[in-house]
Design a protein around this ligand. Structure first.
Ligand code: PMP
Length: 365
């Protein structure tokens, strides 16, 4: 017995951790800094760390109450109904649920290229056909409705990423609205705001809910995660905010207890820890400004907790930086060869990354 034919499916390439790299290079982990996966350099919200420790003694029970409490807390945060909040195993899990709820075999899904690889992977698992819109056609990767509409062909889901990974650009809500109006009624626009806290833009929840002068819509969903600004990537917690009319669908598509007791307890503590989020966002803004100013190569303007850098032979640059102790991301896996992505770190980490990159660029020249 073999798995079904998976030859069209690619494996997700996660950034490698410090331990893994240090072991491979036979070096001490303390010699490395990892700025490759857009993780929070300040760690988890301290309140969340305490909550996880306290929750440890109750993990023999299913997380029914914590799940309900977190759903309500997230709903309050966005001023939506509980049924509109679809908790999931990370933003990745929420991407799966949206596919489960919408896609039928043979439907097409339009994704950005370059872009976050899991959109297309999830589409394929759910028997959707993947189509791409080419962001590199747009001026300097700036996202607008025209670039998407040029490629749009009645697709069932269209993914927008704001801020976009790996470019850091955002898409104005007016463009999202224009897209929602120009696409079929049966097309769902997913606005992925995994990095939303780091940007100056308002959330597309305003569009979904008909606030700030927009008309309410039933064809937009917004994706959010606790992995980045809240520093909870390890517990795997994210969610989609969906139209009110969709409330019944969640129970039909979710994996039972979609978020663990530890994840729910961590999320409940973190969602009220504004101080941690503000500190994290402040650090990211300083770090990306510093990198734009001091890196000896083109650095795109970013509203995320990372910057995209033109690096020539990006694989060689990333490998040499890693050898010198700074782990960054070669962007080939995003469909963007020739670039690296560097996560915003603390002041010391950022300075080390810039110094190392500039030296590597000079040495490889
Ligand atoms: N969307 C984008 C654009 C991302 O970069 C990521 C994480 N790399 C996710 C969603 C999913 O994040 P998570 O599953 O950790 O919530």
């Amino acid at each position: 017995m073999q798995p079904r034919d998976l030859s069209d499916h690619v494996a997700y390439e996660a950034g490698r951790g410090i331990e893994e790299v240090a072991r491979e290079l036979d070096r001490d982990p303390s010699e490395f800094v990892k700025l490759a996966s857009n993780e929070n350099p300040h760690g988890p919200s301290p309140a969340a760390a305490v909550a996880v420790r306290e929750a440890a003694s109750s993990v023999n029970s299913y997380p029914k109450a914590a799940h309900a409490d977190l759903t309500s807390a997230v709903a309050d945060r966005w001023d939506v109904t509980d049924g509109q909040v679809w908790l999931a195993n990370g933003g990745d899990g929420a991407i799966d649920y949206l596919h489960r709820a919408v896609i039928e075999p043979g439907d097409t899904v339009l994704v950005p290229s370059p872009g976050f690889a899991y959109y297309g992977m999830s589409s394929r698992y759910h028997h959707g056909d993947v189509r791409e819109y080419d962001l590199s056609k747009a001026d300097d990767f700036v996202q607008d409705a025209d670039t998407v509409l040029e490629a749009y062909d009645g697709d069932r889901i269209v993914f927008l990423t704001s801020p976009h990974n790996p470019t850091g650009s955002t898409i104005p809500l007016a463009d999202v609205e224009r897209l929602a109006e120009a696409t079929d009624d049966e097309t769902l626009l997913v606005v992925d705001e995994a990095y939303g806290e780091f940007a100056d833009r308002d959330s597309a929840v305003a569009l979904l809910e008909g606030r700030d002068g927009f008309d309410a819509r039933d064809d937009v969903a917004v994706l959010r995660t606790f992995s980045k600004a809240y520093g909870l990537a390890g517990v795997r917690l994210g969610y989609a905010v969906v139209p009110d009319e969709w409330a019944d669908a969640y129970a039909r598509v979710n994996t039972p207890f979609a978020a663990s007791e530890l994840a729910c307890r961590a999320g409940l503590a973190a969602i009220d820890d504004d101080e941690h989020v503000e500190r994290t966002v402040g650090t990211a803004r300083e770090s990306r400004a510093y990198m734009r100013e001091h890196i000896d190569s083109h650095v795109w303007e970013s509203e995320g907790n990372f910057v995209l850098v033109e690096a020539g032979d990006a694989a060689a640059v990333a490998e040499e930086m890693q050898r010198r102790g700074v782990i960054v991301r070669d962007c080939s896996s995003f469909g963007l060869p020739g670039c690296i992505r560097i996560t915003c770190g603390t002041e010391a980490e950022t300075e080390r990354a810039v110094e190392t990159l500039n030296a590597v660029l000079a040495d490889l020249d």
